[in-house]
Design a protein. Structure first.
Length: 285
């Protein structure tokens, strides 16, 4: 990453694998992860932001009803120096602006399944009312050419029978896309992880949003892949189960229209595929 000129790092969860809600265990796992020599050197010179997914939240495939989640949140806050960590001691969602890009790091664990959805009271929530209102307000006020809406879990079906994905809460996914279209919010891109596969999807959301919504999935940075989760999808452009992958994003606003260049990169700089989008392509006509 340093060799490719990375100016910062965003971690989308399962960093590290804790699989416990014991505070001492969570602290030890975070400390061990951040003590990896290469990562430690990188972080001493560059900003790092993060949210969590299931394994660093506490348990595989867990939702907000997990007992002991306050302990893993305390450890997360201690070892992830985000500017904010949710609100009023709840959740870890946050956002940051870095030049021409604004990144929204969602928490899809803390509130999930704990209350009725803010968009459909007959269904469970993923984000929770508090985070939902924060997200819509933040998106509405953003002036960034590109808006990266990120979460640990993916934005479509993980696999038949699985419940920790955005399509399990499709009512909130659809409401978010409706909001983007109704409010003519440009430059939105979805990013997910979790599934131990890397994928690029281009959703046919022209009528709903005003332009196609892309999802970038990058996983895993370690060596364990799950080929069975590289499932068919009508909007899938690329998909592969390859270990040691990271996503390099470069935004250039020095020219008009501004561009977002996404590259899926393997260990030692080996390139997989890339995509360049312009602000004009992500603007409602």
């Amino acid at each position: 990453m340093a060799d490719r000129g990375a100016q910062g790092l965003v971690l989308l969860g399962d960093t590290p694998y804790i699989d416990s809600t014991v505070l001492q265990v969570a602290r030890e796992k975070h400390r061990g992860f951040l003590s990896i020599p290469e990562l430690s050197r990188f972080m001493r010179q560059r900003p790092v932001w993060g949210t969590w997914d299931d394994h660093d939240f506490g348990r595989n495939n867990s939702d907000g009803n997990l007992p002991g989640k306050k302990n893993t949140r305390q450890a997360f806050v201690e070892y992830r120096p985000n500017q904010t960590h949710g609100e009023n001691g709840q959740g870890v969602y946050t956002k940051f602006r870095y030049g021409p890009v604004e990144v929204f790091l969602l928490d899809t664990r803390w509130f999930s399944g704990t209350e009725p959805s803010p968009v459909n009271a007959n269904k469970p929530t993923l984000l929770g009312r508090r985070q939902w209102d924060w997200l819509l307000e933040s998106l509405g006020r953003s002036t960034a050419p590109f808006k990266l809406i990120t979460s640990g879990m993916i934005w479509d079906d993980k696999e038949k029978g699985k419940s920790d994905d955005w399509m399990t809460y499709s009512h909130e996914r659809a409401a978010l896309l409706d909001f983007l279209g109704k409010n003519k919010i440009s430059g939105a891109v979805l990013i997910g992880g979790d599934i131990h596969c890397s994928r690029l999807l281009r959703y046919k959301t022209e009528e709903q949003v005003g332009y196609p919504i892309h999802q970038f999935i990058v996983s895993p940075i370690h060596d364990h892949t799950i080929p069975s989760l590289n499932v068919p999808h009508p909007d899938l452009i690329k998909g592969a189960s390859i270990p040691h992958v990271w996503l390099r994003l470069e935004v250039d606003s020095s020219k008009t229209p501004a561009t977002l260049h996404a590259e899926w990169v393997q260990m030692n700089g080996r390139k997989m595929w890339d995509l360049k989008l312009t602000q004009q392509q992500l603007t409602k006509i």
